[in-house]
Write a protein that binds this ligand. Structure first.
Ligand SMILES: *Cc1c(COP(=O)(O)O)cnc(C)c1O
Length: 442
């Protein structure tokens, strides 16, 4: 029996086999890298049918590539979606997904606890394109509902907010969106399908920066958009999906022989026109990453929980914020939405504010000071002066960015070594702030 014939393969089986059809020429076991820009057409009629999206097939690797197609089908399978589109970065995935829904003059409603790059994309770039992003407190569903109007085309949230670690109440957010006939888009980068499948809670579109845990080794940038396949594009709010299109043989996107009108439109329009193609070599790296995702995530979560507990009991810190620590403000939501763990990214506060935070970061030896998360190595950064530096003081406050806050992304090193490095750096940061306080002339 082949993989496709099995009724309901489980997570790890899909992670190894999903989306791959045996190459009938070579029977290669691993997914080959199709390092090609273009594909021979069988005839002019065949070419025309591909161009008009009447048939599935390959034209040019800006639109689709067989290696990346395995990644797309595999991740769609892992998320419980119907189709996916892999692109050059998480940022391009968010751009394409949301601009496939909203055009100039229209709006999106987004939670305000966001990855810094996404915040800037919405507040700086989308506004220049005429798409208004209304930022709301995602934990206040009435505020979310109140921000939706007749121009709103999507609600956007991260599965775990950055860097405040607010856990999205996806059921409530999707209900708010669906009551207004618009989809919920979830950036699930921090959780991955191993820890949570947003579609199970009502999300319509799921996005990942596959750069992070899915790639897993900090080697390549990429992103993906996955469609749950459940949203009704014919509800009257999305005429671009239901209007006949000359480029599509006078059919509309919902009439195409495609599993997902949304992915078809994203690929055919913005993917094709903006040119945010994923390199097949990078697609291949992400496939390698998916194959070990669950074992890595288990270890990430185990190490993160241990470091968080260690910090919670450490006398040289001000506070620690990790959803699965007892007493954390997100503890109850974590039990519902993240029963396998809250990932490996969390924050803590040093004693002594910004200056101590700088000394802490200067003093770490094992931890890497980089602007990334979800690597196999443990990473550290000071969000207020880097990833979230462009936010105003008020914006920082609402997004949960604080001056004494250090963000950790716990990796796969031996956890004793991670704790030891944090401990020695904390000692230095506190000694320095103590010296400053008792002797201001020093
Ligand atoms: C990194 C990240 C992005 C952006 O992804 P890139 O691959 O760096 O473009 C978006 N959202 C979240 C939550 C991220 O962590």
């Amino acid at each position: 029996m082949s993989f496709e014939e099995q009724d309901t393969p489980n997570f790890n089986t899909v992670a190894q086999h999903g989306g791959q059809e045996s190459d009938s020429l070579t029977h290669a076991r691993a997914v080959p890298i199709y390092q090609t820009t273009s594909y021979e057409f069988e005839s002019p009629d065949h070419a025309a049918s591909l161009f008009q999206m009447q048939k599935e097939g390959y034209i040019y690797s800006r639109n689709a590539n067989p290696t990346n197609r395995v990644l797309e089908k595999r991740l769609a399978g892992l998320e419980g979606g119907v189709d996916a589109f892999a692109v050059s970065s998480g940022q391009s995935a968010i751009t394409i997904a949301l601009l496939t829904l909203a055009k100039a003059g229209e709006e999106i409603v987004t939670t305000n606890a966001l990855y810094g790059g996404t915040y800037n994309l919405f507040s700086e770039t989308f506004s220049r394109f005429g798409v208004k992003a209304r930022f709301v407190d995602g934990t206040d569903i009435e505020e979310v509902r109140g921000a939706i109007n007749e121009k709103t085309k999507a609600v956007f949230t991260e599965s775990i907010g950055n860097p405040g670690l607010q856990i999205a109440d996806i059921k409530a957010l999707s209900k708010a969106a669906h009551d207004h006939g618009i989809p919920l888009v979830v950036d699930a980068t921090f959780t991955t399908p191993y820890l949570q499948k947003p579609i199970d809670y009502g999300a319509d579109i799921v996005i990942h920066s596959v750069t992070k845990f899915i790639g897993g080794n900090g080697t390549a940038i990429g992103g993906i958009i996955i469609d749950a396949g459940s949203f009704d594009w014919g509800n009257g709010n999305f005429p671009e999906f239901t209007t006949p299109n000359r480029a599509l043989n006078n059919q509309s996107y919902v009439e195409l022989p495609s599993a997902s009108p949304f992915i078809a439109k994203a690929r055919f329009e913005l993917g094709h026109n903006l040119g945010t193609a994923l390199s097949p070599f990078h697609g291949w790296l992400f496939i390698q990453g998916l194959q070990s995702l669950s074992v890595r995530m288990r270890q990430h979560v185990e190490n993160a929980q241990e470091v968080a507990e260690y910090l919670a009991n450490h006398h040289l810190i001000a506070w620690v914020n990790y959803p699965t620590l007892e007493g954390d403000s997100q503890y109850e939501l974590a039990k519902i939405y993240l029963p396998k763990g809250a990932g490996s990214i969390f924050t803590f506060g040093v004693i002594g504010g910004y200056e101590s935070a700088k000394i802490f970061i200067n003093s770490v030896k094992l931890l890497s000071h980089v602007a990334n998360v979800g690597d196999s190595k443990t990473l550290v950064i000071h969000p207020a002066s880097t990833t979230h530096a462009r936010l105003s003081p008020e914006e920082k406050l609402t997004a949960g960015v604080e001056e004494e806050q250090i963000r950790l992304s716990i990796g796969l090193e031996d956890v004793e070594d991670i704790k030891a490095d944090i401990d020695q750096a904390l000692q230095k940061s506190v000694e320095a702030s103590f010296v400053e306080e008792v002797n201001p002339f020093n």
